[in-house]
Design a protein around this ligand. Structure first.
Ligand code: SAH
Ligand code: SF4
Length: 385
């Protein structure tokens, strides 16, 4: 990939500084070569940024003074700006992040046992307008840059002051399941995921970096050629009629076409034992009937997959409800009896609205909204498998 293009600050008519935080290893090497410097500088600077959390070139002591001063004038290491950090009583931590040009995105860190999963956003809003998703309700504003995406990992580690100790323990897994459709911001998401997996940055294994998509088929086929991250697909319905309603992009890429693309993605992996995660948000009275579970079991019989059921997370004016624990169990049982590995996602960070589909980047008037949310939300949470 080419190095990030240099933009021009219109007011000052000077080239804007390159934000080195978002450059992949290749891009960083190209950057130093373009400056007439040696390639190995890329390694040194990447370690400073991603291993020690350093943003100040003056502190990069294994780099000569002249080069440090040059970097100061043409480049920067600029993490995203946090406007608010919230801690849930269950250990979940959520950040609202301000992006340049206005707008907010959210990232959530969910610790469970010895794992800690960071849920990362890829866009401000989303254009795909799934009927049950609060991010979709705000429409699309813009793509995040690679620096803004990887910056969410950087700031999570920074917030625990863990660059000094062992950054690999603060974030063990990343899921691209925050705001936005990652495959519609392809290049920046791939660059950021490459950094997540790069030993010079965060060194997370490809199995522990998961991209979730609602089914942008051509981009998924393209991803198979450049990446080996784990794949999650948001299905939510066992037939096209219902999926057209819940996930409008299904009208363009129907279920059969999407599942064929999933099979191609899995077949392209060097490790053939990997499977796709099928995400299925259970909405009361809409897609949670046992007959729909049977239809789903039949639909997926040729797909190497496991199934993750997500009880719907309510938000204001969604018009939908979370199913009862019994309804979730019944749906789960049908799939288990059909031989599938099925997990049910527990709701975490409920007291800070940190659950899937609730990320909206809203910071004003949160108190009243969150009170209403608590009253409306079904408090029964089950965990299976
Ligand atoms: N755009 C991508 C990734 C972000 S959404 C995608 O759609 O896959 C991450 C997951 O949360 C998706 O499976 C999505 O369908 C689900 N989701 C969205 N709104 C939800 C809600 N209100 N309750 C439960 N899950 C929701
Ligand atoms: Fe976009 Fe995913 Fe929400 Fe659909 S579920 S609107 S694709 S963020």
């Amino acid at each position: 990939m080419n190095p990030a293009p240099q933009t021009v600050d219109a007011a000052a008519q000077v080239p804007a500084k390159v934000n080195l935080l978002g450059l992949s290893r290749q891009q960083m090497e190209d950057f130093f070569l373009q400056q007439g410097e040696k390639k190995f500088r890329a390694q040194q600077v990447m370690k400073w940024i991603h291993h020690t959390g350093t943003t100040d070139f003056a502190a990069m002591t294994n780099i000569g003074k002249a080069l440090r001063e040059k970097l100061q004038s043409i480049a920067e290491v600029r993490p995203p700006e946090i406007v608010r950090q919230q801690d849930s009583s269950d250990g979940t931590r959520k950040w609202a992040i301000k992006v340049t040009g206005g707008g907010l995105v959210e990232a959530v860190l969910i610790p469970v046992g010895d794992r800690a999963t960071l849920c990362v956003s890829s866009q401000v809003g989303c254009s795909l307008d799934c009927s049950f998703c609060s991010t979709g309700k705000q429409g699309f504003q813009r793509d995040l840059t690679a620096a803004e995406i990887i910056g969410q990992v950087w700031l999570a580690i920074k917030s625990y002051d863990a660059f000094k100790s062992d950054n690999t323990r603060v974030v063990t897994n990343v899921v691209m399941m925050g705001m936005g459709e990652p495959l519609l911001n392809f290049d920046n998401v791939v660059t950021a995921m490459d950094l997540m997996m790069d030993d010079l940055a965060y060194g997370i294994s490809k199995r522990r970096v998961t991209l979730s998509t609602s089914g942008v088929v051509p981009a998924l086929d393209k991803l198979a050629k450049v990446s080996e991250v784990s794949l999650a697909v948001s299905l939510h319905a066992p037939n096209d009629e219902l999926r057209n309603e819940l996930v409008p992009i299904n009208r363009k890429y129907p279920i059969a076409v999407l599942l064929e693309s999933c099979r191609r993605y899995m077949a392209a992996q060097t490790d053939r034992s990997r499977v796709v995660t099928i995400e299925y948000t259970l909405i009361a009275g809409v897609n949670d009937h046992p007959d729909q579970a049977r239809e789903l079991a039949l639909l997926l019989r040729d797909v190497p997959c496991k199934i993750n059921l997500i009880p719907f997370n309510p938000f204001d004016q969604s018009g939908y409800h979370r199913p009862s624990g019994n309804a979730v169990s019944r749906f789960w049982q049908v799939l288990v009896d059909a031989g599938y590995i099925v997990t049910v996602r527990t709701t975490r960070g409920d007291d800070i609205d940190a659950a899937c589909g609730q990320l909206v980047g809203q910071v004003v008037d949160r108190t009243r909204r969150s009170e209403r949310h608590k009253a409306a939300s079904n408090s029964q949470i089950i965990s299976v498998g």
